[in-house]
Design a binder for this molecule. Structure first.
Ligand code: ARG
Length: 577
């Protein structure tokens, strides 16, 4: 049930009944409880157009709009706002239908084919904290889109090609001569990379061999390719371990690394050159972008082939666009990388549109995110200044949660506590990240993210277990609970209005790729639940059966909303904590 759409339709009909066909129907959530739950703000614009007084227009709209089933009262306020107060009977009926619907009345969207390019680590090294955001924000958005019924095609655009592989393969081939198996040699990619780099910088002749390897690799040398394949496979396995720990739905079949586009690169260059979109400039092939000129009026230069004939990140992205449009038939592509790549994607889109590699109705959306910072406000690093491996960060989260959980009073067994610590630790890291507006940098702070108070994973996970324990006491089954609902108190009213907005919230996340909107929402639901539960006892002996059942139903709906929301964010819930 999308209340926003429902109100929109009713107001459209009302305005049409007044003889106006094409009016905008601006509706928003009211900013204060005194103004009801929703507000129609279209009377002012209409008044201007019809040269009448806004409040008179608002009055006419009230006479034409039919909302008796939904609204308790409609009120004209200020210069001509119409405040809408939702009706308890209607909210009660909504609860009953939500209780019998696994999707909590969220209606499916018109199905689109949506490519989501996320995680996309560079395989020469281990996944580091910079890939955490892409991985989990991308995954949350994927889950939202799938929940809404879209066809999502995950694309893990891994960096599996490039000159650094020459150095790595030269080193690997030597290591293998020393009778070590590849898995052992590559058990720590960071160490391996560092060792190769030291040799590259210091060892006589090694840099030349590294360059030979690059040439051989690019020339398709069979032995060299086999070595490369071995390296890639092991590195992907490392990433998969991180995905598993993170509970992220990426698998090997989603990998579409840069190298998969190698055969397409000469085709793209030939095509762009034939059509004069790319031209020679100082030996390189470039596309001029006059749309992005500098102060002096010089167009931006987008290089698609280097003077020595080499291809670039940009060339691969153009090839990827072609493939996604033609073969994957994407209606929409979302790409999650840090904000420093914003210019690249902006230019890439302009070039791709010039070349008609994107259909006109096909969108290409770079979804940038800010950096993860340490408490000192500087990029998050180890004490020695090295980048932090993602898997180490996750282990630390679990350890810290473990300490916290073991301090809490609980009847759980030690094994259960371990399980709780893992769920809370991983949940906390993911939630801390997801709950911030992705476009800004954010500070990783262990104490805040693991707190059981405030907008955190533990708080929400705890709210769910609290409802579960109420159901255990009531000897009722939360998952299948149904009852007739009677929304009566103000707290019940507020809670239900909020729960009903789930549909609206998911819709906005699907549009803007902003999972933090779900987090804010879930936090509000949980807070309203706590308020409701304090003021409206469920299991006390003086509560009538009818009221108890109705309140249990609200509690069930609340737990299901929180669980569904958390699962969409990729965060697990628990039966007890
Ligand atoms: N591998 C890149 C990085 O680690 C991200 C790739 C994003 N996707 C793309 N189509 N360029 O920064």
């Amino acid at each position: 049930m999308n209340i926003h759409h429902l109100l929109s339709e009713r107001f459209t009909l009302a305005v049409q009944a007044m003889g106006i066909e094409d009016a905008a129907i601006p509706l928003s959530r009211s900013t204060k409880p005194d103004f009801g739950e929703y507000q129609f703000n279209g009377a002012m614009a209409l008044a201007k157009r019809l040269k009448q007084k806004p409040r008179d227009i608002a009055q006419q709209i009230l006479e034409h709009v039919s909302l008796d089933d939904v609204a308790e009262k409609l009120e004209i306020a200020g210069p001509g706002f119409i405040n809408i107060y939702l009706k308890n009977d209607w909210l009660s009926a909504w609860c009953e239908s939500a209780l019998s619907d696994a999707k909590l009345t969220v209606s499916p969207h018109k199905r689109q084919r949506i490519v989501v390019d996320y995680s996309s680590p560079n395989l020469a090294k281990e996944m580091h904290v910079g890939h955490l955001r892409s991985t989990i924000i991308g995954d949350a958005v994927v889950n939202v889109l799938e929940f809404l019924g879209h066809h999502v095609i995950r694309q893990n655009h891994m960096g599996d090609w490039g000159t650094q592989f020459g150095m790595l393969l030269a080193h690997l081939s030597d290591e293998l001569k020393n009778a070590s198996v590849a898995e052992t040699a590559l058990s720590d990619l960071e160490d391996f990379y560092r060792a190769a780099k030291v040799r590259f910088d210091n060892e006589d002749g090694f840099a030349d061999r590294a360059r030979e390897y690059v040439v051989k690799l690019q020339g398709g040398d069979v032995e060299c390719l086999a070595l490369w394949q071995q390296f890639i496979d092991i590195s992907i396995t490392h990433s998969e371990e991180v995905y598993q720990k993170l509970n992220v739905g990426l698998s090997r079949k989603d990998v579409m690394g840069e190298s998969s586009y190698n055969p397409d690169l000469p085709v793209v260059i030939a095509d762009l050159s034939d059509r004069n979109i790319a031209v020679e400039d100082q030996g390189a092939k470039v596309v001029f972008i006059p749309e992005m000129s500098n102060k002096d009026g010089d167009p931006a230069v987008y290089i698609v082939q280097k003077s020595g004939g080499g291809y670039l990140y940009a060339t691969t992205d153009l090839a990827a666009i072609r493939y996604r449009s033609k073969e994957l038939k994407a209606d929409r592509t979302l790409i999650f990388t840090d904000a420093r790549q914003a210019l690249h994607f902006k230019q890439t889109e302009i070039v791709a549109r010039k070349a008609a590699y994107l259909r006109e109705d096909e969108s290409y959306e770079h979804c940038p995110f800010g950096m993860m910072l340490g408490k000192d406000g500087k990029p998050f690093k180890t004490r020695s200044g090295a980048t932090i491996k993602l898997s180490d960060l996750l282990d630390e989260a679990i350890e810290r949660a473990d300490v916290l959980i073991s301090q809490r009073e609980s009847s759980l067994s030690d094994a259960d506590k371990k399980q709780v610590a893992a769920t809370v630790g991983i949940g906390a890291v993911k939630y801390a990240d997801l709950s911030k507006n992705r476009t800004t940098d954010y500070i990783l702070d262990w104490d805040t993210m693991l707190s059981f108070e405030g907008n955190t994973a533990p708080y929400l996970q705890y709210a769910v277990t609290r409802v579960k324990s109420i159901f255990r006491k009531a000897e009722a089954d939360l998952d299948t609970y149904q009852a007739s609902v009677r929304v009566a108190s103000q707290q019940e009213h507020d809670l239900v209005v909020k729960m009903m907005q789930f549909d609206e919230v998911l819709e906005s996340v699907a549009k803007d790729a902003t999972p933090h909107v779900i987090c804010t929402y879930l936090y509000e639901v949980a807070s309203l639940f706590m308020r409701f539960y304090e003021a409206n006892p469920i299991l006390k002996s003086d509560v009538t059966t009818e009221t108890r059942q109705s309140r249990l139903a609200l509690a069930a709906l609340c737990a299901r909303t929180l669980e569904t929301g958390l699962n969409i964010l990729g965060i697990s819930t628990l039966d007890a904590m």
